[in-house]
Design a protein around this ligand. Structure first.
Ligand code: FNR
Length: 383
């Protein structure tokens, strides 16, 4: 294995190895990509306070997210088409997360099915739901998740309408990829991805498309999404889905204090402060920047989690010290998976854990629960 010391190393290997269409799918944001960029650059504006001469012998990053024990306050975010980045991608990522002791979230838009992932893991995982117009599809999917022992439902609220990503349109991203001359040439030189896609079509259709009413083909992902996703999702539907699910519920895609209050009102166990990794409303503020206003709005009525722009353990430290109970990584684990399969996801988690542990110690903290605003210098306009 090449020497990998940081997430950026994994990104570079992934970029070298992956066909451009798949790299672009992961590494892009919507429209001008301002929000996508600021998710990471805003983390860099928060600085850490160094402390010295503190006993650092016994340290712990262990915590809980919605009551589940985690080796560190980091979960794998739901990422659609993970199985196109590597054969059995969702299974490999779930196994890496399970071995490390952090939650894995399976996307509705997965290649491997809920049942596939359940058959290859031993602990319950989380499942992310996109609400489709077809209510039977939603009910059947919830029933499948329950039968597979899923321990929390992550309901994504910020993708009723798909934001536009220029690169996906230009690359003609589809599931499975269309075999045009340029894609075939690209895949011929990137054989590992070609292998990864054998079975992709059958699986994706079996898993998602085949279950949604009246769909014969998912040739263009954006037009299929536009047809299927429920543009009328509102808080009353969220409440009904909570009832139907009956288990732990995490609401994903909250960026506004008023929406955070509504989520607490509905009785969610947690919310994820998220702008979908800068893939939906370009021009929205970064997640870390809105976190303080959301914490002020909900107090301790609901657990507040955050994703968007986390590329290091220092970023995790900053989010937790600002008040987030947990964080999620999206691209950081996809880079690892695309670069090196399951070992790459494990490496991404190891890198982040090590950075978190060392940075905590250098901030004078032994326990992740002791992190707080006293560890940070936060720019005034983050309030
Ligand atoms: C996503 N995200 C996402 N979210 C979701 O709820 N369902 C999904 O299917 C997907 N699919 C998806 C694909 C890809 C390629 C990316 C990069 C992201 C958003 C994801 O869960 C998370 O919010 C962001 O990835 C967090 O930002 P970072 O960590 O990627 O910067």
């Amino acid at each position: 294995m090449p020497v990998i010391t940081c997430i950026e190393d994994l990104r570079q290997i992934y970029q070298r190895r992956a066909p451009r269409m798949f790299y672009d799918y992961a590494e892009s944001g919507s429209w001008t990509e301002q929000t996508f960029r600021e998710n990471t650059t805003d983390f860099a504006k928060i600085r850490l306070r160094q402390r010295v001469a503190v006993d650092m012998l016994n340290r712990s990053t262990r915590s809980t997210m919605i009551g589940e024990e985690v080796a560190m306050p980091v979960a794998l975010a739901p990422v659609g088409l993970t199985g196109m980045q590597h054969a059995d991608g969702e299974i490999l990522a779930a196994r890496a997360a399970e071995a490390f002791g952090v939650p894995f979230t399976l996307s509705t838009m997965s290649i491997c099915s809920i049942e596939d992932v359940a058959a290859h893991t031993t602990k319950p995982f989380w499942f992310q739901l996109y609400v489709m117009k077809d209510q039977d599809f939603v009910s059947r999917t919830l029933a499948r998740a329950k039968a597979a022992g899923v321990s929390a439902l992550v309901l994504t609220l910020d993708l009723q309408i798909l934001g536009q990503r220029h690169r996906d349109l230009k690359n003609g991203l589809s599931a499975p990829p269309k075999l045009t001359l340029p894609t075939m040439m690209n895949l011929a030189t990137k054989w590992r991805w070609g292998m990864g896609m054998l079975g992709t079509k059958r699986r994706f259709f079996g898993n998602i498309v085949g279950h949604a009413k009246g769909v014969a083909d998912a040739s263009s992902l954006s037009s299929w999404t536009a047809e299927q996703f429920d543009p009328q999702l509102d808080w009353s539907k969220v409440a009904r889905l909570k009832e139907e699910w009956g288990g732990k519920l995490i609401l994903k895609g909250i960026l506004d204090a008023e929406d955070a209050r509504m989520a607490a009102e509905v009785g969610a166990d947690a919310i994820i402060v998220s702008n979908h990794g800068g893939r939906q409303l370009d021009g929205a503020l970064s997640s870390i920047r809105v976190l303080p206003s959301i914490l002020d709005a909900v107090g301790d009525r609901v657990e507040v989690h955050l994703d968007g722009g986390i590329r290091s353990g220092q970023d995790v430290l900053k989010a937790v010290a600002m008040g987030a109970r947990g964080t999620y990584i999206g691209r950081a684990f996809v880079y690892g998976l695309g670069a090196l399969g399951q070992a790459g996801v494990t490496r991404a988690l190891e890198v982040i854990h090590r950075e978190l542990d060392i940075s905590m110690a250098l901030c004078g903290e032994r326990d992740v629960h002791d992190l707080g605003r006293h560890n940070l210098l936060v720019p005034k306009d983050f309030e």
